[in-house]
Design a protein around this ligand. Structure first.
Ligand SMILES: Nc1ncnc2c1ncn2[C@@H]1O[C@H](COP(=O)(O)OP(=O)(O)OP(=O)(O)O)[C@@H](O)[C@H]1O
Ligand SMILES: [Mg+2]
Length: 406
């Protein structure tokens, strides 16, 4: 299905390492994080298209895409299977691509099932866990499981060898923090000797330590919102045999995320709240020893800068231009129209200036460690291949704020 790597090599030109294209070429994993609604899913898809444009065999793993975008990517609800968007699919939308793109939706429960099956002692034992009444609830209700499973699925895809790059969309910021921390929290909890002793089938302490106020239960509460503790104890008793597998995989995931193959792309909108959330994500990721070299300010109002100056006399200028000879009388209708037009230009210019100021402020606060790019607000909703292709081109062409040529 995939052409050879030659495509990538022939397309490869020396790049400024600041550019999105060099992240696409140089990393194996891009994790897109940011505040709710900032455009993570859209930009994950666009980054996937950009990578395919550069001949990289790419998988986009999305979380809960909006319906039309899901359709455009060939994804259906509750289906975690990988879908291929072919060169012909893109061509039908007028987009020339060297290779297609794979996309899949993250399905927490199915990933959980696979993990349990992989780490259980035997198929019978896996069956016991999978068929446990509590499992159905636990596998989706464990807070943090979605985040952990996202990293698990990411790791599966990266290590499958099928892809040059995996782009991972993530849930909104508050959960993204859980997600980034998930492997470490899982290691901390499952690996602690106390926890292991307590969930051991032979433990006589269980009745006592599984009181809701006990240290262990407090630890568990970080993972769960479910209150059926007695069920939980029994369930964890069965599940305990998978812990070694979980822990060692969580370590692998952590190593991958901290290594040079992975990069976080932070996304924010043009408002203070999402900028602040993006900033704290950026700091959090960096604090954990992970790389976050790019920040995209999305949905910028991009109005022509020449018209974005304060235009106090624009109406008069327009009228003068309209009159041509400067003499011809102008109807009050035309005067009103020119005034309205001048007002619109002024407002749009003001909005664009505000967004540009925000972009400059973000760039100044994180440069030169982080490359800050602006993506304009599109007139058409970016929920189809054509729009994703257009955003992909913008990303590939974008020059980070303050870029110094290499
Ligand atoms: N550059 C853009 N121009 C115009 N509309 C955009 C742009 N980027 C995203 N959108 C639109 O903004 C909305 C939110 O985008 P998206 O779903 O990608 O955000 P998200 O961060 O993934 O949201 P959530 O946190 O809910 O997962 C969608 O309707 C999307 O089509
Ligand atoms: Mg999303």
């Amino acid at each position: 299905m995939w052409p050879t790597r030659q495509v990538a090599e022939t397309m490869h030109t020396p790049l400024n390492p600041n550019r999105i294209a060099s992240l696409i070429d140089g990393r194996r994993v891009l994790l897109v994080v940011g505040a709710g609604g900032a455009g993570k899913t859209t930009l994950s898809a666009a980054l996937g298209v950009a990578a395919a444009q550069r001949g990289r065999r790419t998988l986009v793993l999305t979380v809960d895409p909006a319906k039309r975008l899901a359709n455009a990517l060939g994804l259906q609800a509750f289906n975690e299977h990988v879908q291929h968007i072919s060169v012909a699919d893109f061509a039908a939308q007028g987009c020339a691509m060297p290779i297609g793109l794979d996309a899949a939706m993250l399905d927490v429960k199915r990933t959980f099932d696979r993990v349990v099956t992989r780490y259980a002692r035997s198929p019978e034992s896996a069956k016991k866990i999978l068929e446990h009444p509590f499992y159905q609830q636990a596998s989706t209700a464990l807070a943090g499981s979605q985040e952990y499973m996202a990293t698990e699925r990411l790791y599966e895809s990266v290590s499958s060898g099928e892809y040059d790059l995996v782009v991972l969309d993530t849930p909104p910021a508050e959960h993204a923090l859980d997600f980034i921390d998930a492997p470490r929290r899982l290691i901390d909890l499952f690996d602690s000797p106390t926890f292991r002793k307590l969930i051991a089938p032979s433990s006589r302490l269980r009745g006592g330590v599984f009181r809701p106020t006990s240290v262990v239960m407090k630890g568990l509460q970080r993972f769960t919102t479910v209150e059926m503790f007695s069920n939980l104890i029994e369930f964890f008793g069965h599940l305990s045999e998978t812990f070694d597998g979980f822990v060692s995989r969580a370590r692998d995931v952590q190593t991958l995320l901290q290594g040079p193959d992975a990069a976080f792309v932070v996304v924010s909108g043009c408002d203070g709240a999402s900028t602040e959330q993006a900033r704290s994500l950026q700091e959090h990721v960096t604090g954990l020893g992970m790389h976050a070299p790019a920040w995209i300010v999305n949905r910028m109002f991009d109005f022509a800068p020449t018209l974005a100056q304060p235009q106090s006399d624009l109406a008069a200028e327009l009228l003068a231009a309209w009159r041509d000879d400067g003499q011809t009388p102008v109807s009050s209708e035309v005067v009103g129209l020119m005034r309205n037009l001048a007002q619109v230009v002024e407002k749009m210019g003001g909005l664009a200036a505000r967004d540009r100021a925000l972009l400059a402020e973000v760039a100044a606060s994180v440069a030169p460690r982080v490359n800050v790019l602006g993506v304009p607000r599109r007139i058409q909703e970016p929920d189809n291949l054509k729009e994703l292709f257009a955003i992909s081109n913008l990303l590939l062409d974008a020059v980070p704020v303050g870029e110094v040529a290499p």
